[in-house]
Design a protein around this ligand. Structure first.
Ligand SMILES: [Zn+2]
Length: 408
């Protein structure tokens, strides 16, 4: 019964993913581009964009089907239990090694696809700057960090189960909360493992950014330029830091390819996110959305009858929990994503309104268009797929709202 439920969950998640991909395609064929975004790509570029997104989708579908087959196979044929019997028997050793082996299998399965995505497709369309060496080093670092984190989480769960008995799930949830807050707070530290950060040189851009933050009651601790061009031609910018002390990170592609007003407008947008505590609210909502899933899965993972039914006999509950969490998370997340993404789009519209009313509307529109072109954004998504999963409103809607704000 539980096994069937988990399998249905996994299947539904993939069907949903394929269905939304098809949705965008069918809309794109029948509806012309909105007037306000027609100048982003010229005819030739737009054809290239279609080809690019078709190739990306194909790759995602193939990798999805393979992942699905492996995951289903592991569930249907009790693969996890079989794997566990091959490993040392100690409670910690078995669970942690099993996790590490499973993460290694998942990473190896993903490697050819992420290689193809970055070094073939992104390369073909001129976005890739990464060398083979950087690509494989990144993959290795990613694997080590994520395996370390998940194994740490399992070790905490086992230790808590020994110490607190059945009330341990509260401690595990708290650990998960601390873990997510830490990832959020130290995201900059994590990024520094992968990238080089250099302070933005003295000059007018630095002065204007500092002045804008000071006017709004914040102090800028650092303004960093990140060497994103080592890997990609795409551009981005974000703020980090708790309380009054903020750090700004600009991709070097942004500093080199955008004029000063555009960069200021992008940061007026980011500043508004800060003022409304948007990131913190999003983290809290993320934590809340995990609560029912975590409780349900912990209940399943610690009930011997459920474990036996799912073919997880003799497996440590910590391991079962993480495997179920990964398998069930995707379908559950797609459902929770609907209200979450609506909330996020509201935050984005609010963040666009400030620069628009502060005389930076034109600069913001021009920056958004450049970003869309650089990031090869979908200019014409299906309204339903926007409602289901887009965390930003489509660019045509953003431009319309900015113009509206400018005229009031
Ligand atoms: Zn934003």
């Amino acid at each position: 019964m539980f096994k069937a439920l988990v399998i249905v969950c996994i299947l539904l998640g993939y069907v949903y993913d394929f269905a939304t991909t098809w949705l965008d395609d069918s809309w794109e064929k029948k509806h012309a581009l909105p007037e306000s975004v027609r100048d982003i790509y010229d005819e030739k570029e737009y054809r290239r964009w279609k080809q690019y997104s078709a190739e990306k989708k194909k790759l995602r579908l193939i990798s999805g089907v393979i992942n699905l087959a492996v995951l289903l196979g592991m569930f249907l044929f009790d693969g996890f239990a079989a794997l566990s019997r091959l490993l040392p028997a100690g409670e910690y050793a078995n669970a942690l090694l099993l996790m590490a082996v499973w993460m290694a299998i998942a990473a190896l399965l993903d490697l050819p696809f992420s290689y193809c995505n970055q070094m073939k497709i992104e390369e073909k369309y001129g976005f890739n700057r990464s060398t083979k060496k950087t690509f494989f080093l990144d993959a290795l670092k990613n694997f080590l960090i994520s395996t370390g984190l998940f194994c740490g989480l399992i070790a905490v769960a086992i230790a808590c189960h020994r110490a607190f008995g059945s009330a341990f799930f509260l401690v595990v949830y708290a650990a998960l909360a601390v873990f997510m807050l830490a990832v959020n707070t130290f995201s900059l530290t994590f990024m520094k493992i992968f990238n080089k950060f250099e302070p933005l040189p003295e000059g007018s851009l630095r002065d204007r950014l500092t002045a804008m933050f000071t006017q709004n009651g914040y102090q800028l601790k650092n303004i960093w330029v990140m060497n994103a061009s080592k890997r990609t031609t795409k551009a981005n910018a974000f703020c980090a830091g708790l309380g009054k002390f903020k750090e700004i990170v600009l991709y070097d592609n942004l500093v080199n390819g955008f004029d000063e007003d555009e960069i200021i407008a992008v940061f007026a947008h980011e500043l508004t996110h800060f003022k409304h505590n948007d990131t913190r609210h999003m983290t809290l909502l993320n934590l809340l959305q995990f609560l029912p899933v975590v409780l349900l899965l912990l209940w399943v993972a610690t009930d011997p009858a459920c474990l036996a039914q799912m073919g997880f006999d003799g497996l440590n509950f910590g391991m079962v929990f993480i495997v179920l969490f990964q398998a069930v998370l995707f379908p559950v997340m797609t459902l929770i994503q609907i209200p979450m993404s609506a909330f996020s789009r509201m935050q984005e519209r609010r963040a666009d309104a400030y620069p628009a009313s502060a005389g930076l509307g034109d600069a913001l529109i021009s920056a958004l268009k450049k970003l869309a072109r650089l990031n090869f954004a979908n200019l014409n998504p299906h309204p339903l797929s926007v409602k289901l999963s887009y965390d930003h409103p489509p660019i045509a809607e953003r431009i319309r709202l900015i113009r509206q704000k400018q005229s009031t």
